[in-house]
Design a binder for this molecule. Structure first.
Ligand code: IPT
Length: 953
């Protein structure tokens, strides 16, 4: 046996203390974070030299692959090494870490002491002052060694050997970067005589009363001053309390004192139960409006500091997210303290994923192999013991995507015995015998609806009508992943939410996922998996978050916030109807404000009394009386925080609704003469070449968009972009057949079609005068040939405009981008933005920046006349400095360069976005079939002194 056989042994560790609760106390604690000596070796043998004075320095916590050594690797499902469990490659980058330290003054020299590692990826062997302490695997879980008697007042040497690959890596095949290193805190803890080692807070809630009992392995005293509680450990008390919930995270702070140590307690009273197939907390149903959160930072990987964790929590709270699935491993313990304090329901998931066994047809899958029993049980116990005292943790998850196996039965039995207070989730075992929830990932809307009705078909391998089938149907349903947020999207968030709220069976859902896992590249850009020269690679699949990697919210997050906003406000029939979507609280923490806008210009505003509405209650208030206006008049009602909270200031918007008060008067029909109007055409091609003093080119029929990630359905399924390219929508050729003038109308007939194909789109563009400054364009499109079931990414016209145009002002939906299946977050109003700022910087360039239901648009630039576009009644537009083709070709944002034109797409429609990058096909109603279409638009030109003429606004 070699000296490093432990790396490949099934054993989860050796020499470690038994797992216990994570807590903060006033006992002496020495952080060993900071500057360490570091040397990287190519194999598990590591560095043999005793003298580390010439070694490099490395900050701890960190991942060495993000600090200039070795390189990060990204795989989705496949292991990056041969599937030969429990063996790992001989090339096993191994980092030797050394830390020299002195004990601080006042450190009790003879005290018991514990050395704690909060997380080391993937296997660590540890020595203190030359004594071998043992080793541990299980990257995202803590481990401790008893170091009593091994410390010196000065000149201690802590040596840690970290192996990139170990048997433990087979249990850590999550879809994420493989990032080795000591990436969480290292601490030395003094353990005073008589102190408790582990304790368990049992704090339940029933009918206004909280029942508390703190069990500990040593006698101690529990104090919650606010409740007047002072009891010995092991003794139960019942007192009137306010319950803890994500919406009202009432914590009672206190202490557990034993042996001269004071441990901080943050007690939240709450009871989780499943009654009649529904999940209840404190007796009421709750709905998780959640996200899957990986720990990620573009520079630090999973070595997050507290500030970054807090940013996540605050961003979630501000976007109405009330739940987090800790996908796919227990987060840093500080994150859970923040969830307790700020209020987030947590599904705490174990650091177990064996996805890559799919490439062996699940043969040898660790959860189904006795040899791995201890390793799996070890992880479950370390999670539960560490996190058992957090009120925010309401569900235990046994892991992700690990097939089925006896180990999950053992895990669930162990948890039920140790912690009967929380239900258990595991999605991948289709019998659901070891889960208290039925669960699947990425169902279609129809499938989800059937699940809600408890009418879903029996899963494969489960006999319809069998006891497993019956039991599953009776379980509450937790949608652990849906709405794959890769690139532009996801679409249908509102559709999903409607179904989730329509059936009692649902206890909530978690969008995949919170944040893009882009890593900072040396050139300042971002790396995804495909940027690393290594196979297998998960490519761009790590860029699927609601936040961009730098934590800038994406349009998808705005849409999700709108889909789940806690109050539904409907303005109609003279009333403002309110639906309280909170599960626990009423609306007394909110203020209602209203504004009336005429054509997007505010004309009146005020406030409304907030009706008393209990959780999930309905009510209404009378609408303010406002007369009709000249153009479209909208009433917007906003619910805002009445007072400051921990996560947002007073005035922060939590919900809004709009209603149309009066429609616009029809625009007066303006005739004129085409000759005397602003439009000049090329007589040969019928192309528009000038509009007043604006040089323009076009408009051309345009049916192409740079595919979004969701157009590239996973693994070839739902791959619309491929179907489009096969037909040739990305390379349409345009022919003009006829240009004629009749009755002061210019008619241009032509055909757009791809080379090599017998199909095409016949077009007719009819130009008419519309006053002195405007022309009306009517477009008719007639398909020819057999298009089979191909859809169109977009249908509209594209114009090339002078590059000097710099700013857009529009009346329609905004301010952010919107698509037919993702427009809830966009309100009706008047918006203005620089063209450059209207490009959403998706890390993989793709279609973006669309605006649905635009009534009018003006483009302006210094020293240029204004271009106006009016819809009949609406159009979609995108405006950018590069073409869709250039956007399509680009693979990095840095590939996009301003051309010598501004490109404006005025669309009759654009196809929806969906979430098919990992999920169901785009619903039919959001597709744009090949069919006859006709639409009109009015183009105008005007000069600043007469601007109103441009759009009639
Ligand atoms: C699902 C995984 O659980 C998650 O980690 C992530 O990979 C996601 O897919 C896609 O980004 S598993 C998939 C087979 C549905």
């Amino acid at each position: 046996m070699s000296d490093f056989a432990y790396v490949e042994s099934y054993a989860p560790g050796e020499g470690r203390r038994r797992p216990r609760a994570d807590f903060l106390s006033d006992a002496p604690r020495l952080s060993l974070n900071g500057d360490w000596r570091f040397r990287l070796s190519p194999t598990a043998a590591g560095a043999s030299d005793m003298d580390d004075s010439g070694w490099d320095r490395l900050r701890v916590p960190s991942h060495w692959v993000l600090e200039g050594y070795d390189r990060p690797l990204y795989t989705n499902t496949a292991y990056p090494f041969p599937l030969d469990p429990p063996r790992v490659p001989a090339e096993n980058p191994t980092g030797d870490y050394r830390r020299h330290f002195d004990l601080p003054a006042g450190w009790p020299p003879d005290a018991r002491a514990v050395l704690r590692f909060q997380g080391v990826d993937s296997c660590a062997r540890v020595w203190l002052n030359g004594t071998s302490l043992g080793h541990s695997k299980g990257s995202r879980l803590p481990f401790e060694f008893d170091v009593t008697g091994l410390l010196r007042p000065a000149g201690n040497l802590l040596a840690v050997r970290v192996h990139r690959w170990s048997s433990g890596s087979y249990l850590e095949d999550q879809d994420m970067w493989w990032l080795p290193g000591i990436f969480r805190d290292v601490e030395l803890l003094a353990r005073p005589d008589g102190c408790v080692d582990d304790f368990y807070v049992h704090a339940s809630y029933l009918d206004g009363q909280g029942t508390l009992r703190v069990d500990a392995d040593r006698p101690g005293t529990v104090e919650l001053p606010e409740l007047g509680v002072r009891v010995p450990t092991g003794v139960e008390v019942t007192v009137p309390v306010e319950p803890w919930s994500a919406e009202s995270p009432r914590l009672y702070r206190g202490t557990l004192t034993a042996g001269g140590e004071r441990i901080a307690l943050a007690v939240g009273f709450r009871t989780v139960s499943i009654v009649d197939g529904r999940l209840l907390v404190n007796g009421v149903p709750v709905l998780f409006r959640g996200v899957n959160r990986h720990e990620h930072d573009p520079d630090r990987g999973r070595a997050l500091d507290r500030e970054t964790m807090l940013r996540d929590v605050v961003l979630m709270k501000r976007h109405h997210i009330n739940a987090v699935r800790a996908s796919h491993y227990p987060p840093h313990p500080e994150f859970l303290r923040l969830c307790d304090e700020y209020g987030l329901w947590v599904v705490d998931e174990c650091d177990i994923e064996t996805h890559g066994f799919i490439y062996a047809d699940w043969r040898g899958n660790p959860p189904d192999e006795p040899a791995w029993r201890d390793a799996l049980a070890d992880r479950i116990e370390r999670m539960v013991e560490r996190d058992k005292n957090h009120p925010s943790v309401v569900v235990w998850s046994l892991g992700n995507e690990s097939g089925a196996g006896a180990a999950f039965g053992e895990a669930s039995r162990w948890i039920r015995a140790r912690d009967p207070s929380r239900p258990i989730h595991y999605e991948r075992d289709r019998t659901y015998r070891h889960s208290d929830f039925a669960s699947v990932m990425y169902p279609s809307l129809d499938d989800l609806d059937a699940i809600g009705r408890r009418e879903e078909p029996a899963p494969e391998g489960v006999e319809p009508g069998s006891p497993d089938d019956e039991r599953r149907r009776g379980l509450p349903f937790l949608l652990c992943e849906y709405a794959h947020a890769m690139g532009n999207g996801p679409g249908s968030l509102v559709d999903y939410q409607r179904i989730l709220e329509a059936h009692e069976r649902f206890c909530g859902a978690f969008v995949w996922e919170w944040i893009d896992h882009g890593l900072r590249a040396p050139d300042g850009g971002l790396w995804h998996g495909g940027d690393i020269d290594h196979r297998p690679s998960g490519g761009r699949f790590c860029l699927d978050g609601l936040l961009f990697a730098d934590r800038t919210p994406s349009p998808g997050l705005a849409e999700y916030a709108k889909a789940i906003e806690p109050v539904e406000i409907t303005v109609a029939g003279g009333r403002v109807a309110l639906r309280n979507r909170y599960d626990v609280v009423d609306l007394s923490h909110l203020r209602l404000e209203w504004t009336v806008e005429d054509g997007g210009v505010p004309v009146e505003s005020g406030s409304l009394a907030v009706p008393h509405l209990p959780a999930r209650g309905l009510g209404s208030v009378a609408m303010p009386v406002v007369p009709a206006g000249r153009s479209e008049r909208w009433l917007t009602v906003r619910a805002v925080l009445a007072t400051d909270t921990a996560w947002a200031p007073a005035g922060h918007e939590v919900a809004w609704g709009q209603g149309l008060i009066s429609a616009a008067a029809p625009a007066p029909a303006r005739r004129g003469s085409l000759d005397r109007g602003p439009a000049r055409f090329d007589p040969r091609t019928g192309e528009l070449v000038r509009l007043g003093d604006l040089t323009v080119a076009g408009p051309m029929l345009d049916v192409w968009r740079a595919p979004v990630e969701n157009d590239l359905g996973q693994g070839g399924r739902n791959n619309l972009a491929q179907a489009w390219r096969t037909v040739g929508l990305d390379r349409m050729l345009h022919r003009v057949d006829e240009v004629c003038v009749a009755d002061d109308r210019l008619v241009v007939r032509g055909r757009s079609a791809p080379a090599g194909r017998a199909l095409g789109l016949r077009t007719e563009l009819v130009w008419e005068p519309a006053g002195d400054h405007a022309v009306r364009l009517a477009v008719t499109v007639e398909p020819e040939g057999d298009w089979a079931d191909v859809t169109l990414p977009r249908l509209g016209v594209r114009l090339a405009l002078p590059a000097g145009l710099a700013r857009a002002t529009w009346f329609g939906r905004g301010p952010g981008e919107s698509y037919v299946d993702s427009q809830a977050a966009a309100r009706v109003g008047r918006f203005a933005a620089d063209i450059d700022a209207m490009q959403t910087p998706y890390p993989w360039p793709q279609e973006n920046g669309n605006h649905v239901r635009t009534r009018w648009l003006e483009l302006t630039g210094p020293d240029l006349p204004t271009l106006g576009v009016r819809g009949d009644p609406w159009f979609d537009f995108t405006v950018r400095r590069w073409t869709s083709e250039a956007l399509d070709r680009a693979t990095k944002p840095s590939d996009l360069h301003a051309s010598d034109r501004v490109w404006l797409n005025v669309d009759h429609a654009q196809q929806g976005i969906g979430s098919a990058s990992c999920g169901p096909a785009l619903p039919d109603r959001y597709r744009l079939p090949v069919a006859p279409y006709s639409f009109t638009t009015v183009l105008s030109v005007c000069y600043s002194s007469e601007r109103h003429r441009c759009t009639g606004s």
